[in-house]
Ligand binder design. Sequence first.
Ligand SMILES: [Mn+2]
Length: 454
Amino acid sequence: MSPGPPPTRDEWTTLFSAHLEQLMLRTTTVLENAAFSGLLLHSGTEHYVFRDDFTYPFKVHATFKQWAPISAVPDCFVYVDPDRDRPLLIFHQPQDFWHRAAPVPDTYWSDSFEIRVATDRASARGHLPHDLSRVAFIGEAFPELTTFGVGSVNPQYLLAALDYPRARKSPYELACLREANRLGALGHQAAAVAFAAGASEFEIALAFMGATGQREKELPYNPIIALNEAGSVLHYQMQQTQRPSVRHSFLIDAGCEFAGYASDITRTYSYSDPDFRALIGAFDDLQQALCGEVRAGVDWPDIHQRSHVAIAGWLRDAGLVRTDPQETVDSGLSAVFYPHGIGHLLGLQVHDAGGTLGGPDGHEIPRPPRHPTLRLTRRLEAGFVVTMEPGVYFIRQLLDQARASPLGKHIEWSRVAQLERFGGIRIEDDLAVTDAGCENLTRAAFSTTIAPGA
Ligand SMILES: [Mn+2]
């Protein structure tokens, strides 16, 4: 499946059937190796606030939604038994007149399942085989589970064996990730328009959600919407309702979800300052050059290492450091401005599972000692989807530490003082790795969506 118009419903059905077949095949092997006869996957449980009668936002478990793309219904089960025709989906429809029960799925994927309806977890048990002693349960344990008689709960080796191949996406999963990027691009374009029009962080967040049709709890992660120096906070979580009196810059890290698959996109804008705009332009060139290095067979920690050298060059060109790029990296100076990893696996989870797994046996590929925050240590394979997200920031805590250390004399502090009010720059795209290079899902989405109101 190559980029182009989104699939029709029939095409989605074909893509999903092939995806499920492939998933079934590799799960069968995993189960055989582990001497299990089946898998019981739980969508998750709603959790009540302490001494209150409402619940925290529900988040479905990734291992469940990989099989059945249901995001908003707790206490559903998928039962996988290689001897059955189709996996069994036990769909939760509580008898509860206070809430609207979700309708039984009737969509592109529903014919791939045998679907039964249960009103609660205890009655769900009745739809399962009598003997579950050779079945592994995956999910968060709930009180009734002790009466289910499952053979094992979240066995670690089984989780690793299931997580490891998740990095390689099926054509169906790639189609979902393209769609998640298309929605994300719509949101980003609306956010950029709102920023240019003088909106507050909160108003920009509303513009993003309005354009994507996803409310906050449906988004794959809390959007980072930062004006001015707030861009220096890597996971900035405030959404100020006040419009700032002066406006310098805007950093937005926000994505959408489609059928359980996430996009993860970051853009940075200058409001009116041409110097900062030019710095963003040069940083965008750097990010695109790094995207150009992505292909099957490349070791991700090498890309990370090269991103440090590239950023060190940018820091020198920007007049922020006085040392040569390699020296800037070796001394640890580049990490003062760039303290995170170059990217991570993306899929059912924003930081997708298995990024440091060396094989289905669960052994780990350790993070490089100097880069303890790197979330992906594997060699890239065709079908991996990764983010490419170089960043530079003016983080007060790290700058103060550097100033008090031998690194301080290599920093041009007057230039830091000029640029601090802009917070930082991060540019992040989602890339589908191929043998020849990569497909940039994000740039393709931005080039084909039309900004609302534009
Ligand atoms: Mn990311």
